[in-house]
Design a protein around this ligand. Structure first.
Ligand code: C5P
Length: 310
C-alpha cells in the first residue's frame, strides 16, 4: 500500500563558527553554535516497492541525481535495511537558497532520513538516525535535531543548550547568482590561517569550555546578543563582493543587533530583538537590497530541526 508523508526541513545559521584546527581525517575541528530558522524546504515522500529512489524538485537548476543528499540519504537507509525492494518517490519544494551556508542540502537529507524511517517502518531511534546522518555530512546531525545546539568535532557532535526565552528576528540576504564551495572555504582557511591553528586536544577542550560558558547559551538573553563569530567570513568575504555588500547593508538596518556571514557563505544575516523589528527593517530596505543584487528574507529563530508534518 502506498502512503505519503511530508517533512519540513529548516535552514540554519551559525551564531558562532570557530575553526580550532586540523584533524587527522583532513576535516577541521570546529566549535560552533548553530540555530534553526523558519526558512524551510518541504519534502513529500511516497513509498514504493520497486527498489527505485526517484527525486523531483520544483527548482530546475538543482541536480536530482545520485549526488543530491536526499538520494544519498535514501540509498544509505535502504542499503543498511537490507531490503533492496524498498523504493520512494520524493518531491522537494525548494525554498532555502543553494550553496548558501544555510545547510539546505543537509536539512533535506535529514528530512529524508526521518520521512523514510517512518514510511519504510524501519524503527531507527533518533540516535541511530544521527549516526547515519553523520556519515552523510558534518551538518546533518544538527539538521535532524535543530533548535539551538553546540556543535563540536567536524560539526556532528551535538550538545544541547537551553534555548533562550525570546526568539530573535533575522534578516537574511544572498546574491542568487553566487554560491560558495564549502571545501574551497575550508581550504582557504587552512592556507591563510593554518599557522594559527591549535594543535592539541587540550587546547581544543579549553575553547569548547569557553564556548559552553558564553552568554549565547544562557536562558535569559541580555538586551543585545553577544558578538557573532565566523572564522570563515575573514577568508570568504575578501574574495566574495556580495558578502561585503550584504554585510555593509545589513549593518545599516535600523534595529540590527549583530551581523555576520553564515557557514561558508555567501548568505549573511542580521539579528533583531524580535520578528516584527526584522520585518520592519526588511520592508524599509527592499529597494536597496534589490539594487545591490541581493535577495532578502525575514525569519525567526526556530526550536526544531527537520520533522514530520503529516
Ligand atoms: O561534511 P561535509 O560534506 O559537509 O563537508 C564538506 C567539505 O567541507 C569537506 O570535504 C571538507 O573539505 C570541508 N569541511 C572541513 N571541516 C569540517 C567540515 C567540512 O574541512 N568540519
Amino acid at each position: 500500500m502506498t502512503a505519503t508523508v511530508r517533512v519540513t526541513a529548516p535552514a540554519k545559521i551559525n551564531l558562532h563558527l570557530e575553526v580550532l584546527g586540523q584533524r587527522p581525517d583532513g576535516f577541521h575541528e570546529l566549535a560552533m553554535v548553530m540555530q534553526s530558522i523558519d526558512l524551510a524546504d518541504e519534502l513529500e515522500c511516497s513509498n514504493s516497492a520497486d527498489g527505485l529512489i526517484q527525486l523531483s524538485c520544483d527548482q530546475p537548476g538543482l541536480s536530482c541525481g545520485s549526488d543530491n543528499l536526499i538520494t544519498r540519504a535514501a540509498e544509505l537507509l535502504r542499503q543498511r535495511s537490507g531490503f533492496n525492494e524498498l523504493g520512494a518517490h520524493i518531491h522537494l519544494s525548494k525554498r532555502i537558497p543553494i550553496g548558501a551556508g544555510l545547510a539546505g542540502g543537509s536539512s533535506d537529507g535529514a528530512g529524508t532520513l526521518i520521512a523514510l524511517n517512518t514510511l519504510w517502518g524501519l524503527g531507527h531511534t533518533q540516535e541511530e538516525l544521527r549516526t547515519l546522518a553523520a556519515e552523510l555530512g558534518s551538518d546533518m546531525p544538527f539538521c535532524l535535531t535543530g533548535g539551538i545546539q553546540l556543535c563540536f568535532g567536524r560539526g556532528e557532535t551535538l550538545e544541547s543548550v537551553q534555548a533562550g526565552a525570546d526568539s530573535l528576528g533575522v534578516v537574511l540576504v544572498k546574491d542568487p547568482t553566487v554560491s560558495v564551495s564549502t571545501p574551497w572555504a575550508y581550504g582557504e582557511c587552512r592556507r591563510l590561517k593554518g599557522d594559527q591553528y591549535l594543535i592539541d586536544e587540550e587546547a581544543f577542550a579549553e575553547r569548547r569550555q569557553l564556548l559552553r560558558e558564553s552568554s549565547w547559551l544562557h536562558p535569559v538573553r541580555s538586551v543585545v546578543p553577544p558578538p557573532l563569530r565566523n572564522d570563515l567570513q575573514d577568508v570568504v568575504a575578501p574574495k566574495t563582493p556580495s558578502v561585503q555588500r550584504g554585510i555593509g547593508l545589513l549593518q545599516e538596518l535600523p534595529g540590527q543587533l549583530r551581523t555576520a556571514m553564515s557557514g561558508s557563505g555567501p548568505s549573511c544575516f542580521a539579528l533583531f530583538q524580535n520578528r516584527a523589528d526584522a520585518d520592519r527593517a526588511l520592508d524599509g530596505a527592499l529597494d536597496q537590497f534589490e539594487r545591490a543584487g541581493l535577495t532578502a528574507w525575514s525569519c525567526s529563530f526556530l526550536g526544531h530541526g527537520a520533522k514530520l508534518l503529516s
